[in-house]
Design a protein around this ligand. Structure first.
Ligand code: C5P
Length: 401
């Protein structure tokens, strides 16, 4: 990181003690690191800690005389000097209050003023009590910040200092370091590629209030889209209903049924170089959707008549042009390799990502995945990793075709 100037914006949350470790590591890595603490942060950790670790003055005020600098070290207008010189501003931990001030465009302290005055990329790692994070006001602020182009580093789940369990933990130093590296040294090896990714479940209506669906969360497909966009690809994400945030620079087409997913995917596939089918479209839909809510009646049993949905990835792959690459997923509960190879061949895929969804840490609605990458020539078992790491590896492999 030699030659790079990084501003660490530190908010007043208990997780700010972790940033001392990060400050030390990036300084040792050669970066010129400047810590800027909010007033509340100084209650948790002394600016002197950062001063000692970064060998630069740690600032906490817009007003030079309040920064306790040695004489001769006054930066005059620190927010302008730092804003102009920074290659990256990383704000961690970002408290609910700090998020609100940033989303509102306030410049009521050194850190928020700095963010307004910079052209450098700004990454924000929220960390707080899970209820505060889930509060609609906080979520709205995060949405605003995403729309403004700030990069939000998603908080981890786990036990909090306040003894609550949930989402809101500051990610570990290694993960923050990975984000810093990805921003400072972007890998644009997918630049010029157009990709279409399917994600999430579909919903197949039975009547006006009921539908058939499955446990797919969409997380794997969204991770693939996020990584591809970050690496320079033009990404269309055709997604069934999910709760996952649409990654930056991704065009999302929201659909509900498998038939809608088929239409949107086929359209996008025409101009795509690569398709990855990470969705779990329903294999069947109701033969006819009842126009009125189905009544319980006197019967003790009920039957739903189903018909097969089209196989989206197979239909796209059947018509692929020379040079187009199609990758599918196979979520299995038994005979993983045999079933996956069968799908690789029958669906005319270039590769299939197989996972045994009965294994711990793999499959639906978890942050991690353990998969086997299968092509006509190879089968590689990859270790348990986050879905983002698995996504990065899938793109690495696709680029080898
Ligand atoms: O459901 P199945 O195990 O066959 O899914 C394997 C692959 O086929 C996945 O990539 C999935 O996205 C895709 N698929 C599809 N359309 C369907 C069913 C599955 O594209 N109707």
């Amino acid at each position: 990181m030699t030659g790079k100037t990084i501003v660490l914006g530190i908010g007043g949350g208990i997780a700010c003690y972790k940033i001392a470790d990060l400050a030390s590591k990036i300084t040792q890595n050669g970066a010129d690191v400047h810590a800027v603490l909010t007033h509340s942060a100084t209650k948790f950790i002394a600016p002197l800690t950062f001063q000692a670790l970064t060998h630069n003055p740690a600032l906490s005020s817009l007003w030079s005389e309040e920064n306790n600098l040695e004489s001769g070290k006054s930066a005059g207008m620190p927010h302008i000097a730092l804003a102009d010189g920074a290659d990256l501003i990383l704000i961690a931990p970002a408290t609910a209050d700090l998020l609100a001030r940033l989303a509102g465009g306030l410049g009521d302290d050194l850190l928020t003023t700095l963010v307004l005055a910079t052209r450098a990329p700004v990454a924000i790692a929220p960390a707080m009590n899970p209820t505060m994070l889930a509060h609609p006001a906080t979520q709205k602020n995060l949405e605003t910040l995403r729309a403004l182009g700030y990069r939000i580093i998603e908080p981890d789940e786990g036990r909090m200092a306040c003894e609550h369990i949930g989402s809101g933990r500051l990610p570990e130093t290694a993960e923050l370091l990975a984000h810093i590296e990805a921003i400072l040294f972007p890998n644009l090896d997918l630049a010029g590629k157009t990709v279409v990714i399917t994600a999430g479940p579909t919903r197949e209506s039975l009547d006006p209030v009921r539908y058939l669906t499955n446990r797919s969360s969409g997380k794997m497909g969204y991770a693939l889209a996020e990584v591809a966009a970050r690496r320079g690809a033009k990404v269309t994400l055709v997604s069934g209903p999910t709760n996952v945030q649409t990654p930056q620079k991704v065009e999302k087409i929201g659909v509900e049924t498998a038939l809608q997913m088929l239409e949107a995917t086929q359209n996008a596939f025409q101009s795509a170089d690569i398709m990855i089918a990470a969705a779990a479209p329903a294999d069947f839909r109701a033969r006819c959707i009842e126009p009125q809510k189905i009544k319980r009646g006197a019967c003790k049993t009920a039957e739903i008549s189903l018909i097969a949905n089209p196989d989206i990835v197979a239909q796209c792959a059947a018509n692929k042009r020379a040079g187009q690459i199609v990758v599918g997923f196979a979520a299995e509960t038994q005979n993983l390799m045999k079933e996956a190879r069968k799908k690789l061949n029958s669906k005319n895929l270039d590769a299939i990502v197989a996972n045994d969804v009965t294994q711990a840490g793999a499959g639906f609605d978890v942050e991690t995945n353990r998969v086997t990458w299968i092509t006509a020539q190879t089968a590689q078992e990859w270790p348990l990793a986050t879905k983002t790491e698995v996504a990065a590896r899938i793109w690495d492999e696709i680029l080898k075709f």
